[in-house]
Write a new protein. Structure first.
Length: 40
C-alpha cells in the first residue's frame, strides 16, 4: 500500500496485504482460508 512504512529485518508472507506500518524485526503473515469445492 502506498505510504506504509516497513521496518528493517521484517518478514512479510506471500500474498499478505499490509495496511499498517510494520515495526522493525516483525514477522507478518496473513492467514487465508480457502474452501475446496466438489464438482457434481
Amino acid at each position: 500500500m502506498p505510504g506504509i512504512l516497513v521496518g528493517s529485518d521484517c518478514q512479510i508472507g506471500p500474498g499478505s496485504l499490509v495496511f499498517k506500518n510494520i515495526e522493525d524485526n516483525t514477522i507478518y503473515y496473513t492467514s487465508q482460508n480457502f474452501k475446496k469445492l466438489k464438482r457434481k
